[in-house]
Design a protein around this ligand. Structure first.
Ligand SMILES: Cc1cc2nc3c(=O)[nH]c(=O)nc-3n(C[C@H](O)[C@H](O)[C@H](O)COP(=O)(O)OP(=O)(O)OC[C@H]3O[C@@H](n4cnc5c(N)ncnc54)[C@H](O)[C@@H]3O)c2cc1C
Length: 429
């Protein structure tokens, strides 16, 4: 039996306020300054900031607002990447390494600032996130992260086994890292909220409008959709892990990593007082990691690596029930009301990629599972670039050529099959 009906956006679809009204593009040759392809956090943040600055903006989205990772994720608004902070300057060199650390460190403040400034109804809670250590190696990893963040002045605290048990309600962890910069949101509600704000600022939003071709007219680009076209001086490509064959190089560069979420019914008050009483979002240190958080109604949202399709919908659901019972014995045997999954775009060094695909055509992708704050940050940065307010060399990432991922298909199969095996093995005891 599957854990719960699997849908594209699960709990988030059931509880998010509606998106702004929008219709497919049906006119030809609509003139704008900036055309944005993709209505996730990156595209919508770019649209909002560019429209606020007075630019004429059109957002073209193949499906609907938040269809990609932005409507499916866990909702952890983090302040960095997966890699250790010191690894960024090592991987990118200076000045980009430090710039990226600074930009991402400020990311949650940008997200929560937009939520406040635009009154976005997205269950925003900023009480930190908890990275939970499993075993001695997990604790070593967090001690090192703590040391590196502290040396950079970040407001992080290392928790011992008792403190993380108090903070999570589980005795499964050997320690934890509390990052006070971070927090949680309802992901689809945040995407829809950004879309409302962008439309209010004057951006045109066209859903069910996949860009199928782009023509160069020297002075401007023409973006074609099945029923219309847009002429633009600048193109921002924000299609990320949900990119299609329009820009094959972008698709070939990212290795997709599946991640699923399962949501319970609202927990009784007595359990809510014990499980994540501080309302932080949490995840753990193993390679096949798990994450857990509460939504505004007290539902427990539990996630891990894997795709809910074929045997995965049974194996991962079964594993989820047992894993939760082990983590939180007081929960007993839970039932899940919602199940959904999505694809995370991974890169070789776990850092995003900035490309100039053609004249005045920029893309950013590969947030490696850390896209809420980075997507918002980079959307704004690309808007500033297209507005002529900064140069491409001033951005927090160096410009690179798209590079095909080695053994992409094999690795994608490996992630999906590996998670299946790990969860099947763990579900047996
Ligand atoms: C299950 C899961 C859990 C995650 N958990 C977290 C988390 O807790 N915290 C965190 O920070 N990040 C998390 N992430 C990552 C985060 O969700 C993504 O990095 C982020 O949403 C990417 O936003 P985006 O706007 O760049 O791309 P997306 O939101 O993927 O949007 C791309 C859009 O482009 C559209 N598109 C594609 N091709 C075309 C075309 N030709 N024409 C028009 N439109 C097109 C797609 O339909 C899609 O809507 C998670 C991701 C997943 C899948």
């Amino acid at each position: 039996m599957p854990a719960a009906p699997v849908s594209n956006h699960g709990l988030w679809e059931a509880t998010a306020p509606p998106a702004p009204d929008s219709a497919p593009l049906q006119a030809q040759g609509v003139a704008v300054d900036i055309a944005i392809v993709g209505a996730g956090y990156t595209g919508l943040s770019a649209a909002l900031h560019a429209a606020e600055a007075g630019a004429r903006v059109a957002v073209l989205e193949a499906q609907h607002v938040g269809f990609g990772g932005s409507g499916r994720n866990v909702g952890l608004v983090n302040a960095g990447m997966w890699v250790m902070p010191d690894a960024l300057p090592q991987a990118l060199g200076e000045p980009h390494g430090q710039r990226l650390l600074d930009a991402l460190g400020e990311g949650p403040s940008l997200v929560y600032g937009l939520v406040e400034r635009h009154g976005l109804a997205c269950e925003a809670v900023r009480r930190g996130t908890l990275h939970c250590a499993v075993g001695a190696s997990g604790l070593r990893n967090l001690r090192e992260r703590h040391r590196q963040w502290q040396a950079r002045g970040a407001p992080v605290a290392l928790l011992d086994a008792d403190a993380i048990a108090e903070a999570t309600g589980s005795r499964a962890y050997t320690g934890g890292l509390l990052d006070r910069r971070a927090g949680t949101i309802q992901p689809l509600a945040y995407a829809r909220g950004l879309a409302h704000a962008a439309v209010r600022a004057g951006a045109a939003l066209h859903t069910h409008s996949p860009v199928t071709a782009v023509d160069d007219h020297q002075g401007h680009w023409t973006l074609h959709t099945p029923q219309g076209s847009v002429n633009a001086a600048w193109v921002i490509v924000a299609t990320n892990a949900y990119t299609d064959r329009l820009w094959p190089a972008l698709q070939e560069e990212l290795v997709r990593f599946p991640y699923f979420n399962l949501a319970t019914a609202p927990l009784p008050a007595a359990l809510r007082a014990r499980i994540l009483p501080g309302q932080q979002g949490a995840w753990d240190t193993p390679d096949v990691l798990s994450s857990f958080r509460l939504d505004a109604q007290g539902r427990l949202v539990f996630g891990s690596v894997g795709a809910l399709r074929g045997p995965g919908s049974v194996v991962h659901g079964d594993w989820g029930r047992r894993a939760l019972a082990r983590l939180f014995p007081a929960l007993g045997r839970v039932a899940f009301e919602h199940a959904w999954y999505g694809q995370i775009g991974m890169t070789a060094n776990a850092l995003p990629r900035l490309h100039l695909l053609a004249r005045n055509t920029v893309s950013i992708s590969g947030y490696n599972g850390r896209g809420i704050a980075p997507g918002t940050v980079f959307g704004r940065a690309l808007a500033q670039l297209a507005l002529g307010r900064c140069r491409i060399d001033d951005l927090p990432l160096p410009l690179t050529e798209p590079t095909p991922a080695a053994f992409k298909a094999l690795r994608e199969m490996g992630y999906e099959a590996g998670a299946l095996l790990v969860h099947a093995a763990q579900a047996r005891f």
